[in-house]
Structure formats: structure tokens, C-alpha cells
Design a binder for this molecule. Structure first.
Ligand code: AMP
Ligand code: MG
Length: 349
């Protein structure tokens, strides 16, 4: 299959191109598109066959449910058994935006879309290209991240092309995404709403709107027997090819430790990648050193993380040493992704 890559300017959207993209989805095909979080791989959410194509293209395990993207709040009621009381308040505060809500599904939503679950994940993205595609497609687009299963989520159309070229007919290229980490997932089917995946919308922000919010204990437990409630969180799926270790602690000590470990690895003949910050990169004398951004700039750290992991894959480094980024606001989400990529290998100095 030939994969077309079409550039779309989000400030001046080419409706003809979007109509064509919508048609592909209506006919059961796949379209990759930008959202503010990461690129998504979209299909008609109400078609079992179309959803099935997403799993095939990504090589995604069939028990890992998809997120259904809508463009109007009323469409939540059309696919949910009933709309939970907190949904309206959360939508008023955070939709369109990087928040996914889990509700009980009705019979319109096929089990192929929900990975066999009786609940469905729903989000209204804010990227105008995503919203236009949803409207053009008829209203309900199932879309996980547009990467091959096991790779970091794509934050640029080029990443999508590297993973899915020849497997899908169309990639809408809206340039680099704004946030760079997947949406926060909140489960509203529990007595107390529960965060199943941390993201840009933090627990504090959610609590301000709906009161008590819990965090899935399966998320925090690195090596306990407790399984995360979001099936996707159990996979080590943000993993680079290289062995990644996080070094945590006082900045001076972290830099010294990474320099020492890098020298040792290079002496063994290994290639090393280092993820530092604008403040530290000049102090690394060996290895392939990249800055993820200024330490104060949480948004930049989130935005650059997946691109850097992919670049180290392309360079073919054997080992990556990264500083740790438990920043105040989105640090929990950043560390959640990094810890998964590292298989929870952390060295505290
Ligand atoms: P992705 O869009 O690639 O980030 O994947 C969607 C994420 O949402 C995965 O981690 C899924 O496990 C999670 N998810 C989707 N639907 C549900 C659901 N009904 N219950 C729990 N988690 C879900
Ligand atoms: Mg994904």
C-alpha cells in the first residue's frame, strides 16, 4: 500500500484534504493524524473491522483497548451507557484537551474497539486538525498512538512514517505536537475516580474540579504483583532498543556518575547516549550527549522525550544514561514514561 503524507496547516486547514481523510475513515480505512498529545492512528470506532485494522497495523496486543475521540460533548452520551456525574464538570474544565475519561460503553461500541472491556475510553482532543478529521469522519475515531507497538509514541509525522509506511494510506502531517506525552486517563466507573495513566492534566488539577481522585496503585508499584488497571500500562511499551538507566540525585553527583559510567562503558567498547539538560550538557565529555531542554522548562522536557529516545535508537547506542526529571507539575507523567522505558532501572547517587 502506498502511504501519502499530506501537510496540513492547523491555522488554515485545507478542507478538501480533510474531507478525503474523513472518507477513508468512513470506508473503514486508517488515517494517522496529529493531536496535541501525540500522533494518533485513527479508524471508525463503531466498526469492529476498522478497529481491527489498527491492531494489525501497529502489531498491538488485542486486549489493549483504544481511545475513542469525539468532537462534541453530546457524543459521549451516544456511546456511554450513562454519562457519569463528574464528566460534565471535567469536560467543562479540560475538553477539548489531554484528558481521557473511562465510562461504561453501550452496545454501539464494538468489543474490538475496547479490547473486550465493558468500558470505553473517550477523549475530545484540542488540535484543530484532529477535531476536523473527527467531524469529517462522522464523529467517532478510535485512535491509539500511531507507533508500532513497543516503540515510543510519535511526536512528529516522520516518526509515524518510519513505523507505518506502506501499512496505512494516509498520514496528516501537522508538524511537531504540542505536549508530547499521552493523555491523562481517569476512570469514572469507580466510586472514587481513579487516574490510570498520569499526563499533562495532573491529579491536583482534577481534584480541584471533582474532589477526591485516586491514583491506580498498579501504576506506582514498580515490581509488585498489582496489575495496572489500564491494560496498556502493563506493557514495557515506551522502550528504546538500548539499555536505559536513570541516574537520580544531586546534580553534581549525577553528572559525575554518568561521566564515570560512560567512561566504563566506552572502555568495554559500547556506544553511550546521555540525556542531560541545558544546564549540564557542557559537563559531559564523552558519549552522544543531547539536552532535553532547560530543567525549569517542563513542557520542553515532555515535548522532546520521545524524539530523543527514537534518535538514540537510530544512532544504535548500546546504553543510555539519563538524568531524572521529577519536575513539579508534569514530572509524574514524565517519570512514569521514563521509568517504563528504563524498565525501572534507577541508580540513586
Ligand atoms: P494509547 O492511545 O496508545 O495511549 O493507548 C490507549 C491507552 O488507554 C492504553 O493504555 C489502554 O490500556 C487505555 N485504555 C483504553 N480504554 C480503556 C478502558 N476501557 N479501560 C482502561 N484503560 C483503557
Ligand atoms: Mg500507545
Amino acid at each position: 500500500m502506498r502511504t501519502d503524507i499530506v501537510k496540513i496547516d492547523r491555522n488554515n486547514i485545507d478542507i478538501k484534504e480533510m474531507r478525503h481523510a474523513g472518507e477513508i475513515i468512513r470506508e473503514g480505512g486508517l488515517v494517522a493524524f496529529p493531536t496535541e498529545t501525540v500522533y494518533g492512528l485513527g479508524a471508525d470506532a463503531l466498526s469492529a473491522e476498522a478497529s481491527g485494522r489498527i491492531y494489525a497495523a501497529k502489531g498491538r496486543p488485542s486486549d489493549n483497548p483504544l481511545i475513542v475521540h469525539i468532537a462534541e460533548f453530546k457524543d459521549l452520551a451516544a456511546i456511554a451507557q450513562q454519562v457519569p456525574s463528574q464528566a460534565q464538570a471535567l469536560a467543562d474544565a479540560f475538553w477539548p484537551g489531554p484528558l481521557t475519561m473511562i465510562v461504561r460503553k453501550n452496545s454501539k461500541v464494538p468489543y474490538e474497539t475496547t479490547g473486550g472491556m465493558d468500558t470505553v475510553a473517550v477523549r475530545m482532543p484540542s488540535d484543530p486538525i484532529a477535531l476536523e478529521l473527527i467531524r469529517q469522519s462522522g464523529g467517532y475515531i478510535a485512535a491509539p498512538s500511531a507507533n508500532t507497538s513497543g516503540k515510543p509514541s510519535p511526536t512528529m509525522a516522520e516518526h509515524v512514517a518510519l513505523d507505518l509506511d506502506g501499512k496505512i494510506p494516509l498520514i496528516l502531517d501537522g508538524g511537531p505536537v504540542q505536549i508530547g506525552l499521552e493523555s491523562t486517563i481517569i476512570d469514572l466507573t469507580e466510586e472514587i475516580p481513579m487516574i490510570l495513566r498520569p499526563g499533562y492534566i495532573t491529579r491536583e488539577m482534577l481534584t480541584k474540579v471533582i474532589g477526591d481522585v485516586e491514583t491506580d496503585p498498579g501504576l506506582i508499584a514498580a515490581d509488585s504483583d498489582r496489575k495496572p488497571k489500564a491494560p496498556g500500562m502493563k506493557y514495557k511499551h515506551y522502550a528504546p532498543k538500548a539499555d536505559l538507566v536513570l541516574i537520580d540525585g544531586d546534580e553534581e553527583k549525577v553528572v559525575a556518575k554518568i561521566n564515570e559510567l560512560t567512561a566504563e562503558a566506552e572502555a568495554r567498547g559500547e556506544r553511550v547516549g546521555i540525556i542531560g539538560t541545558d544546564e549540564t550538557i557542557a559537563r559531559y565529555s564523552r558519549g552522544e550527549v543531547v539536552s532535553i531542554g532547560a530543567r525549569e522548562d517542563e513542557d520542553a522536557i515532555a515535548q522532546h522525550l520521545y524524539r530523543i529516545l527514537r534518535e538514540f535508537d537510530d544512532l544504535g547506542v548500546d546504553r543510555i544514561y539519563s538524568e531524572s526529571f521529577a519536575t513539579p507539575r508534569i514530572g509524574q507523567a514524565i517519570m512514569n514514561r521514563l521509568l517504563k522505558a528504563a524498565g525501572h532501572q534507577v541508580l540513586t547517587v
